[in-house]
Ligand binder design. Sequence first.
Ligand code: FES
Length: 179
Amino acid sequence: MSACALRVFLQRAAVMRKAAHQTFSQTRAFPQCVTGSYTHSRGINTLTNSLRAEEKVTVHFLNRDGKRISVKALTGESLLDIVVNHDLDIDGFGACEGTLACSTCHLIFEEAVYKKLGPISDEEMDMLDLAYGLTDTSRLGCQVCLRKDLDGMILRVPDVISDARVDSEKESSTAPPKV
Ligand code: FES
């Protein structure tokens, strides 16, 4: 495949990924962020107020190649939303569209920021266990929602990603046949 054809292929893949994510986001009963940290501790009234008072904050991603990608995004968006909506060049990120089935959205936070993020669900913890390069301050980007007090945070993209769906397919194809 020529370089030009490859570039066109990658551009089309990015457009399709963005469209699929937007369609999926619209069909979910609640945005990921609504079912996450807001409702856990503060109740529906605070949630509604939070959604009304959307503000832009800055997020910095430290990509695998060491380059920093800085974006302004709305409070209430998940980190997966930000990567998709801004077409950030983070290879393989968010493969399952936020359905907690892949762990490709693994991100590493600064400790002080990590402490502000709130509780991790059992489902997120199960998926994090499958992520490569897990740290004490790791979270899944599809489960973390932007808030005003997270303005300016720096997130590190791990060097290697694992996709639990692909990994389990590989395991089953290499497993010895049952007798
Ligand atoms: Fe798949 Fe977050 S996007 S677990």
